[in-house]
Design a protein around this ligand. Structure first.
Ligand SMILES: [Zn+2]
Length: 100
């Protein structure tokens, strides 16, 4: 996990803390892929909701939508396997380990 990153479950919500450096990097990583592959509207909306919430630390995210958030953190299929050194990947792994 990235230095200073924290993910835990609190009262039915995932509480996600990211230091400013990681937040800035994540915003860059989550920029929409410019390719013409069809994009899921739900995934695009989830990603945008997360980006909107990101500046307000910590982010509180309903555990019922952790799967949707993990999908939204995934990279576009055109880019092949995800490198494991990205914030989006590390956050997705951390969310996948939560006991909800
Ligand atoms: Zn793409």
């Amino acid at each position: 996990m990235t230095e200073g990153m924290g993910v835990r479950v609190e009262s039915g919500e995932a509480v996600i803390r990211l230091p400013e450096d990681a937040r800035n990097k994540l915003v860059e990583e989550l920029a929409p892929c410019p390719c013409v592959a069809p994009k899921s509207i739900a995934t695009t909306e989830t990603r945008q909701a997360f980006l909107d919430a990101l500046p307000h630390q910590p982010v509180r995210w309903p555990v019922s939508n952790i799967h949707g958030l993990r999908v939204a953190l995934g990279d576009c299929a055109c880019r092949g396997p995800q490198p494991s050194d990205t914030i989006r990947h590390r956050l997705s792994v951390a969310l996948g380990k939560l006991r909800v």
